[in-house]
Design a protein around this ligand. Structure first.
Ligand SMILES: Nc1nc2c(c(=O)[nH]1)N[C@H]1C(S)=C(S)[C@@H](COP(=O)(O)OP(=O)(O)OC[C@H]3O[C@@H](n4cnc5c(=O)[nH]c(N)nc54)[C@H](O)[C@@H]3O)O[C@H]1N2
Ligand SMILES: Nc1nc2c(c(=O)[nH]1)N[C@H]1C(S)=C(S)[C@@H](COP(=O)(O)OP(=O)(O)OC[C@H]3O[C@@H](n4cnc5c(=O)[nH]c(N)nc54)[C@H](O)[C@@H]3O)O[C@H]1N2
Ligand code: SF4
Ligand SMILES: [Mo]
Length: 702
């Protein structure tokens, strides 16, 4: 028997981007394990990806192109040949493009994070076509925008050193579920005496294992961060030398922070004054008095509310105030993706746009429901006539799902979905095209939680008739008569183009090396901002941002309250008094893996966690089938009465496939299409609901 080990990379939207070893026997992948030598992976994978072969060889894999025969959303299809499928797609897209190519919209996100199977050949295709651009805001754009205004790029500390930290604040993240390898290092820090603090409205798997858990109401982190600054400044727990040399606008920041006394913030956040005084005192003393490393792992959970951008900005200012950046084990990290030198011009070729450098209209993926229901008369550009979905599952993951589904159900919309499975979105497609998984194609990866480039070598042949995204767009380009040589680039060529080798950070890193060795770390200093050197215009950490002022934003970190909260929308809260959040379930990855039986079995059924007092007030006991609702919709789930949910909060771990939930719905039935203060991102966790017991007969199991 021929057995080999193939070096690969995890493609999922997870900060850890693990290096994989795939064991292949007689052409079949039989095992996927973590590369023991990769310092970020250290031989360990999460449960989901340890089961990667179960997903790849799943009985429901799409193996041929399909054409819809039932109604949209019904999920009835017939197999067709690639020739028929490509001919039909090319014909329909050409006809629409002849009228106005902007009526065609690509819809993609991070089903794979690969630079090749993500936005390379696909982007070239849509650019050449002149299709609408897609604003890819659905996950990280509020926080990313905040970091760009504050540091100049989405950069942060290297968590490989975090075991040396003396204080680790986990702020709006649940690393046991969503950033496992960081958590392992935090455990080392704990063993060496570090204090761990979680800031999270929910007592997550992670929060319960920290020394202290502070539970603010969702969307109030900006006020909390400003109050911490207030205490640091009031008590002179400041690194004056670092502030003087490596920051901009301290005086203005001091005046802003003065407005946020601990008592004021405590009332906004629903935490105690003692929580704030304790945390600020510990942070300042550890960093300034004891000169020890203090680390903040900020994560995306805290930027999914109206003020998410400004909240990230306020937290991002803290390390500079106390000089935490002086240490490799100090500072903060939300993302490291901005360290990677990527040649997006070469990958995506925006110069192929018909009127380059003029660009077509942009559609925000976070408001795809409204966009699909727009009749094209309101000045937002033409009515959308075609959507091509790849690497994403909008009918499950986009907010205000009823509108998204209604949009995709439009009879006059032509929808193409490239997928592994018949997802909630694929059910609305006119044509479904079977795509390869990570084991069946080649790719190159950057990461957002570490600083290694990784290669993903192809381990096995494509299953059935599935094709890589790149090959699908290559063939479509040929059908459409696109003759530019870039449409003939093979995947190896694209992988080599991805890395901008003129950048010193990529020194010694090229595709051939990655392919052979699996991964290489970027040349970035261990403590990248110990001496300033921020990638901002001033080279400093910008407490005051002139660019923000120019762009019409408050130039200082601010508290922007939630759209929907008892404090800010009392009339709405009178009808819908509970804040609902829907953060990731441990065994799903967004909506990926929900159809893997063993992983779904571990999650059980859709739950809603509710505090005992809120439950009692509604006659809800543990295990009751409940109905959560607001003006946007209704969702059924089984109540778990638990103090994990703070008072006033309900939590439905996500993201379920709607069709695998008993009521055919998921949390996005209730979320809104409003956008964050910065970055035009969704506000999944800024959502008021009411909850009531539902009759068991109409329950989740019916
Ligand atoms: N297992 C698993 N891992 C994943 C994912 C997954 O679906 N499953 N998704 C991946 C993706 S795409 C992403 S973006 C990341 C997301 O992962 P994280 O960045 O960790 O973010 P979330 O899971 O959205 O939220 C984490 C925590 O934030 C809390 N939270 C919610 N609202 C607030 C708030 O207003 N303030 C504060 N302080 N905390 C709040 C939630 O209760 C939750 O416990 O994880 C990635 N990893
Ligand atoms: N209520 C609520 N909603 C949320 C969130 C939340 O916390 N709560 N989180 C939000 C966040 S952070 C994110 S990032 C988004 C995630 O939204 P998405 O990026 O849409 O993520 P997934 O749901 O995992 O869907 C990815 C799809 O891509 C497919 N795919 C994977 N690899 C390939 C490939 O190589 N080719 C093709 N053609 N397809 C492939 C997978 O099969 C999967 O169906 O969801 C957002 N929605
Ligand atoms: S999902 Fe995250 S933790 Fe799991 S294997 Fe992939 S990168 Fe590693
Ligand atoms: Mo995300």
């Amino acid at each position: 028997m021929a057995t080999s080990i193939v070096r690969a990379a995890c493609p999922h939207d997870c900060p850890d981007t693990c290096a994989l070893h795939v064991t292949v026997q007689d052409g079949r992948a039989i095992k996927v394990v973590g590369d023991p030598d990769h310092p970020a992976t250290r031989g360990v994978l999460c449960t989901k990806v340890s089961r990667y072969t179960e997903r790849t060889y799943h009985r429901d894999r799409l193996l041929t192109p399909l054409r819809r025969v039932g109604k949209k959303g019904e999920g009835r299809f017939e197999p067709i040949s690639w020739d028929q499928a490509l001919a039909e797609v090319a014909e329909r897209l050409s006809a629409i493009a002849a009228r106005d190519p902007q009526a065609i919209v690509p819809y993609s996100y991070a089903g794979t994070m690969g630079l090749v199977q993500g936005e390379s050949m696909a982007a070239r295709f849509f650019h050449k076509l002149g299709a609408s651009l897609l604003d890819r805001t659905i996950c990280a754009n509020a926080g990313a925008t905040a970091l760009r205004y504050t540091f100049g790029a989405t950069v942060g500390m290297d968590i490989e050193y975090v075991a040396d930290a003396k204080l680790v604040i986990i702020w709006g993240g649940n690393p046991i579920a969503s950033n496992l390898h960081f958590w392992t290092r935090v455990q080392e820090a704990k063993r060496r005496g570090a204090t761990l603090v979680a800031i999270d409205p929910y007592r997550s798997l992670t929060a319960e294992k920290c020394h202290r858990h502070i539970a603010p109401m969702p969307g109030t982190d900006g006020a909390l961060a400003l109050a911490i600054m207030h205490v640091l400044i009031r008590d002179d727990l400041l690194d004056h030398d670092y502030i003087a040399r490596h920051t901009v606008g301290f005086e203005a920041l001091r005046d802003r922070a003065a407005e946020f006394s601990p008592a004021h913030a405590a009332a906004i956040c629903g935490v105690s004054v003692d929580d704030i005084e304790w945390l600020a005192g510990l942070y300042g003393r550890t960093a300034v008095t004891e000169r020890q490393p203090v680390a903040i792992r900020l994560n995306y959970g805290m930027q999914r509310a109206h003020g998410g951008g400004q909240a990230v900005r306020a937290v991002a200012c803290l390390p500079a105030l106390v000089g935490a950046w002086r240490h490799a084990a100090g500072g903060m990290q939300l993302s490291t993706s901005g360290f990677f030198p990527i040649d997006n011009m070469a990958l995506q070729r925006p110069d192929l746009l018909p009127d380059w450098p003029r660009v077509p209209r942009t559609v925000n993926m976070s408001t795809i429901g409204d966009a699909l229901l727009d009749d094209g008369q309101g000045g937002n550009g033409p009515k959308i006539e075609a959507v091509v979905v790849y690497n994403s599952n909008p009918v499950a993951v986009a907010p205000e799902s009823a509108k998204v589904a209604a949009g995709f159900a439009r009879e006059d919309l032509f929808t193409v979905v490239l997928e592994h499975f018949r997802t909630d979105t694929a059910d609305y497609a006119d044509i479904v095209l079977p795509a390869t998984t990570q084991l069946e194609h080649l790719d190159v990866h950057k990461a957002y939680g570490h600083t290694y480039f990784l290669a993903n070598n192809q381990a096995i042949a494509p299953l059935g008739e599935s094709l890589a995204n790149t090959e699908i767009f290559r063939r479509l380009a040929a059908r459409m008569g696109f003759t530019e040589p870039c449409f003939q680039d093979d995947d190896e060529t694209i992988a080599a183009q991805a890395i901008d080798r003129s950048d010193v950070r990529a020194r010694g890193i090229d595709w051939d090396t990655l392919k052979a060795e699996g991964w290489r770390k970027l040349n970035v200093p261990a403590a990248p901002f110990a001496d300033g050197n921020f990638p901002s215009a001033s080279g400093k950490c910008e407490f005051y941002s002139e660019a923000m002022r120019r762009d019409g934003f408050d130039p200082l970190p601010a508290y922007v309250p939630p759209y929907e909260s008892p404090n800010t929308a009392p009339e709405l809260a009178a009808r819908y008094p509970l804040a609902m959040i829907s953060p990731p379930a441990r065994n799903f990855l967004n909506s990926s893996f929900v159809n893997v039986d063993s992983l779904r079995a571990t999650e059980g059924e859709p739950h809603l966690d509710i505090h005992p007092d809120d439950a009692a007030a509604r006659g809800i006991v543990d295990g009751t089938v409940v109905r959560a609702f607001n003006d946007r919709g209704t969702l059924r789930a089984r109540a778990r009465v638990t103090e994990r949910a703070r008072q006033g909060l309900v939590v439905g771990l996500s993201i379920w496939w709607k069709k695998l939930a008993p009521d055919g719905k998921n949390a996005n039935e209730l979320t809104s299409q409003r956008l964050t203060d910065l970055g035009r991102a969704p506000v999944f966790y800024d959502c008021l609901v009411e909850v009531e017991a539902a009759a068991e007969t109409e329950g989740v199991a019916s």
